[in-house]
Design a protein. Structure first.
Length: 348
């Protein structure tokens, strides 16, 4: 608790005095050298095996933080149960012009318009092959900006061809608001084409689709239909939003909003997915998680796993073990012995 208080009172205010993207680069440089470690917390109640992969706890790092798979060997030291690298595109790309990452401290939120800045699939594939992570690794795939929408399926396929040997699961990201036209690929026809192209390379890797929280419900139902028809491993709800509900003031910034204001909408989508999907569909809840209680609620709504990004920036390096401990404590309070017992309990 003392370390978390130190982060809240000293480290975070100091870090927030500097440009957020610059701080991110400093943190990544230290992470990939193994400079950070948090006190470990383990409990059999929060362990589970999904799609043949063992997860020691259900809280993972969302895509967007370790974009280039630079620190995969060290995330377990901070308590994460798994990590999703990326978003990775086939072609290396610098992303959108800076500044492109903005903090909204009053709302515990971020706005980003990064634009899938990354080193490209070939470079990241080399890092993945050399990594020796101690937690499961997901790989998030996006469309290269220079690739025409009509060639999107080929672009995703070629990224997957380079990367597929070294990920425990893969994610088709067609929901970022920061690549022009990308969200149109959530429509049933283009999405099925992308999935089919990826499976030309390998048909057996667990494959997920990440959805936008700005979809209308009929469009979300189309994605669910794709998940069933294409036998996807699961769905991830949700990406960032272009809406600005829940903010104390609209900052007038273009880009995707993440953090606490997204919690209610992402939970609404997660709940709908749980009610609508086959029970074999794995659901990951992401959006607005700031505490272990938020993780617990997402799992009550049907999540098998949860992911965090913005909440970790605000919560600091000791947050994840504390959140896992809170989940275990709430499970004990409510009489749940396993995550399978907890999952979907809000709908019973």
């Amino acid at each position: 608790m003392g370390s978390m208080s130190l982060y809240d009172s000293v480290v975070r205010p100091l870090a927030f005095m500097f440009d957020p993207e610059k701080v991110h680069e400093w943190v990544m440089a230290m992470l990939e050298r193994g400079f950070f470690r948090a006190p470990a917390f383990t409990d059999p109640k929060v362990e589970q095996t999904l799609f043949g992969v063992k997860f020691l706890n259900p809280i993972g790092l969302a895509a967007g933080f370790d974009k280039n798979a630079r620190a995969l060997d060290y995330w377990d030291r901070l308590g994460f149960g798994f990590v999703e690298a990326g978003t990775i595109t086939y072609h290396p790309q610098p992303g959108n012009p800076k500044p492109r990452l903005f903090r909204l401290p009053a709302d515990k939120a971020l706005v980003n318009r990064m634009g899938f800045n990354n080193d490209g699939a070939r470079a990241v594939a080399t890092r993945l092959a050399m990594a020796k992570p101690k937690v499961p690794i997901g790989v998030n795939l996006g469309k290269s900006k220079i690739t025409e929408l009509s060639d999107a399926a080929k672009d995703y396929r070629e990224s997957f061809r380079l990367l597929h040997l070294n990920g425990d699961y893969f994610v088709v990201n067609v929901s970022s608001p920061n690549t022009p036209g990308l969200r149109t690929l959530q429509e049933k026809g283009p999405l099925l084409e992308i999935i089919a192209a990826i499976r030309e390379v390998e048909a057996d890797k667990p494959l997920f689709v990440k959805v936008a929280p700005d979809l209308e419900m009929p469009a979300l139902d189309d994605v669910i239909a794709v998940a069933h028809e294409a036998h996807l491993a699961g769905l991830i709800a949700t990406n960032t939003t272009i809406r600005r509900e829940g903010l104390s003031a609209d900052p007038g910034l273009e880009g995707g909003l993440s953090g606490a204001p997204l919690l209610a909408k992402s939970n609404q989508f997660l709940s709908h997915l749980y009610r609508s999907c086959d029970r074999s569909t794995i659901l990951m809840g992401v959006g607005g998680i700031m505490t272990g209680a938020d993780v617990y609620e997402k799992m009550r709504l049907g999540a098998h796993l949860c992911q965090i990004y913005t909440g970790w920036i605000y919560g600091g390096p000791y947050m994840i073990p504390a959140a896992v401990q809170q989940v275990a404590s709430l499970m004990s309070r409510d009489g749940f012995q396993t995550l399978a017992d907890l999952r979907g309990s809000a709908h019973r």
